[in-house]
Design a protein around this ligand. Sequence first.
Ligand SMILES: NC(=O)c1ccc[n+]([C@@H]2O[C@H](COP(=O)([O-])OP(=O)(O)OC[C@H]3O[C@@H](n4cnc5c(N)ncnc54)[C@H](O)[C@@H]3O)[C@@H](O)[C@H]2O)c1
Length: 380
Amino acid sequence: MSTKIRLGILGGGGDSLIGVLHRVASSMFDQFQIVGGVFNPIWEENIGFVQKIGLPTNRVYIDFDTLIIEELKLPLNERMQVVSILTPNFLHFSMAKKLLENGFNVICEKPMTTSYNEAKILKDILEKTNTIFAVTYTYTGYPMVRQMREMILSGAIGKVQKIDVQYYQGWINPIIHDKEKRANTWRLNPEKSGISCCIGDIGTHAFDMIEYVTGLKVQTLLADLNYLYDDNQMDIDGTLLIRCGKNVKGVIRASQIATGEENNFTVQIYGEQAGLKWQQENPNYLTLLKDGNPINLLKPGHIYNSDLSREGTKLPPGHPEGIFDSMGNIYKGIAKAIKKEPYNEGEFPTIIDGARGVYFIEKAIESHQKGNIWVTLDNN
Ligand SMILES: NC(=O)c1ccc[n+]([C@@H]2O[C@H](COP(=O)([O-])OP(=O)(O)OC[C@H]3O[C@@H](n4cnc5c(N)ncnc54)[C@H](O)[C@@H]3O)[C@@H](O)[C@H]2O)c1
């Protein structure tokens, strides 16, 4: 009998953006086996997609409630052990809640929920269970992001004194300027997306990345968001001033109307002794900057990298690591946790990170709506 972890998937069908990333990532280290799920709410699309990609069809269910009922009828050694939630945001909470209440481990896409209140409810439920809850902040799985974290945490750049994280995309530009299209995109619909588009979708990656690589907590922020049109309820651009301490200040710049930009996620952290710079579109390079020294380029797989970084590198140096590898590393960490093997806490984001990401979204919207004021984030 296979020892692979039995994985179910919700969403991520043939029409989705993120589904293929999870399918490939989960298979990367031979730890997971996709045994079924609900890939699409329309049955013909759901089953047709599963047939097309050659997965077994016997545990493809008509909807989520049926999945729970039928899976609970199976003995524990056949039942799905973990379920990945890859649906639009508004479905994450109800699905995650029911999965936790019925003893399943959960992997949830970000933003984890559409309100902080929901996130707290999930945290409370999780505390009473013996299950794993991961949130896929994908970019934290890159070897050179992990290296950045380990270097900063070990003091390699000195005390952090400046943070600048930019996440620029331009994909919503052709949609936002078309009245009909902007009315029909789920990411611009508060009922499906939550209270924010840009900050909820990509600002939350920037926020999570700052706390992941620096180990600091954002303590206060001031947000200035842009909605462009009066009939558009959702931010599609924002600039946020942040403070992580009295003299640790920085900026999050997030945009979906940065015309022509693809996925320009750039993380720049400057300490008293050195700076580190990483760009998602060139993820194999971590730039180390030091006054009076030549620029240093660090790459994956070398012995100078930390254990955490090298744990996320499969091949010898010179073989590029990409977004699939990054998500694969996150799944690898989750597999260790499910199998109760030792793992480094930097190997996958947890419900704590997911909840903070949602808290950040609410605080950013609050700051903007109250007239671009400073708001305080508790250290929760
Ligand atoms: N980690 C990342 O970097 C990253 C990147 C992109 C998207 N995401 C997140 O992933 C989630 C999905 O985003 P996407 O871009 O793939 O969306 P999408 O609209 O492209 O795909 C959503 C999928 O969910 C399916 N679906 C909808 N309702 C369903 C239901 N009731 N039951 C089962 N399936 C259902 C759809 O058929 C589709 O296959 C979002 O929460 C988004 O924020 C994360």
